[in-house]
Design a protein. Sequence first.
Length: 730
Amino acid sequence: MSIRYIEDTRQLLLETDSTCYQMKIDNLGYLQHLYYGLKIGENDLNYPYRLYDHGFSGNPYDMRDNRAYSLDALPQEYTSFGVGDFRVSSIAASCSDGSRCAEFRYESHEIRSGKYAIPGLPSVYDNGDTVDTLVVTLIDTAANIRIRLYYGVFEELDIITRSAEISNAGQETVWLRKASSMCLDLPFGGWDLIHFHGRHCMERQFERTPLFHGIQTVSSGRGMSSHQHNPFVILCSHDATEDDGFCYGMMLMYSGNYKIEIERDQFDSTRVVMGVSDDRFRWELSPGTSFHTPEIILTCADGLTRLSHRYHRVIRNNVIRGQYKLGSRPVLINSWEAVYFEQRQDKILSLARQAKDLGIDLFVVDDGWFKNRNDDNAGLGDWVPDERKLPDGLDGLIGKINEMGMRFGLWVEPEMVNEDSELYRMHPDWALTAPNRAPMMARNQLVLDLSRDEVHEYIYHTMAELLTRYHIEYIKWDFNRPLSDVYSHSTPSPRQGEVAHRYYLSLYRLYERLTSEFPDVLFEGCAGGGGRFDAGMLHYTPQIWCSDNTDPIARLSIQYGTSFGYPLSSISAHVSASPNHQTGRVTPISTRATVAMTGAFGYELDLDKLSEEDRADIRAQIVRYKELETLLHEGLYYRLSAPTGDSDCVVWQIVSPERDRCLLSIVVTDPPANSVPMHVQLKGLDPDALYDVGGEFTCYGRALMHAGYTFLQLTGDYPAMQVDIKKLGT
Ligand code: GLA
């Protein structure tokens, strides 16, 4: 069992192969956090914070004679509220008597084998691994609130998951104002915060700052996990690098409004509280009901690379589901950047013929295929094919593409509606809009109120009908605006604070229904590029369109940031036209392919405009990608240089789990005036094995890792190179 209870000291010990998490039920029944880090055995840690007067931090009533004991200083597993812990709280509520305090003490615990599930929410699942669950129940008998803290311990994966269930154990309604998934107190250490900020077309930019005293927040109130801030943070020691230095990873498996609060307090300890955002949140907890919080995926490791490898493994094996999770993905061509809204049958078929000839597997018809969709002002909501653009109907088009020997995929944006649509004219109240107020418009569209059952059913039936009626093997599910004016016309006014979260409960249920009913369809997530790139969505969509920015040089930093938490197989990336449509940058097709291959690979450009040379290159790229796909998706990813800073080139490496194959990729971002040699030390190879390096020379793994590999920098417009490194023997 990876979870143990030590009776004498009332400690609870969670152990994975290399990490350990400890807590203790103290004499007053508070659930203290003792430790999370590399394995230390079962020592009962006697931290000195219980031994000195904490000044203006008060003491629980039972400890009024002991000024050393303060909830304001005690590391805890989940906080009380309103009773003297003045740091960021994990929960807030108002009770029927108007009081806004609760003090949670231990009631019981249970250890069981297997992984808990979270009703209505995506969570990490047991994939035949050794997984145990700890449930610790806390209660406040005055407020009658019971909290169950869930811990999932994935032994071999070095992953611990957390979630909380908050229940009303009394007879009166309680209004939840905040319900976080976890509190993690780190009593000692100075930490840097790494987070991934951005904007549309520039998602998940790496940023690292030392924590200051006070509260730092990483959050989204946009009704989507957002382009602006990914729900994933890393705390690492100031000296942490890719290879060394201690790092904690904290990832929220949720796609809606969230908040991660990181507080460095007066005693230099650090608290992280994360979960559904409490902004505009208010949840009616009637007697006997529970609120379940989304999952947190935790790990800790020496070095950022090891931390990323753990996330890649758990997301690939225990988050993503379905037949595409590990298997090969089709190389696709998406029609968006080739024709935009002009999705006409003759042009599509011409592109499809070219695509087939080049070796592409699947053709995706993007936005513009349905009635009145000639620009982004109309049509969303009415998912009926436009007969003017598709004279043989969608059926006819798919038939012709299938006859060519290619599979067919379709773009949809089912959560949205245009005012100019039949759906909106019939059901204006199905959109999220506040009474007596003109709503914010974005891309001329409104968001459907998925918290309503009839809206959920409408979307479900529309999608199920499309997937039943037509031979569609891939869906790109888009989401092109944030949620604003969040008001449901079918929810009583005191409960409007539930709508944003109910939206996601309904969306997840919708995805669950559709993915289980149509298990052969590959669903790709998208939200104006990577605006909803999170572990919640990855539970339903094995890959997500990483960014609307397809410029390979811009993609270097986008994909670099994304790689800290998410596996390459989840990062959808396409070779597009040059000059690039977003940035105007000119790049060679080999560079575009080198970058796009570091993901779920595809194309998105007008194939009718290709030169013979490009055509030959694309043919070769597809053959090469197919040969490399297993390595690219199952290999261990090493970031050898960052796209930020003063490096002239970005270098990364992918090594097979058996260490018998390695792909080194180099993109020159700032070509030097004269070719100068560059030097990189490779990682992750077998030190004793002899490798063939790009067919040029042979070298032992230890030499490539310590002495390094030297290459002449290429000059020109952002050139790239890939070096195949193959094991010959030991
Ligand atoms: C979003 C997507 C694009 C494309 C357009 C279509 O921006 O990210 O890839 O599908 O919508 O409107």
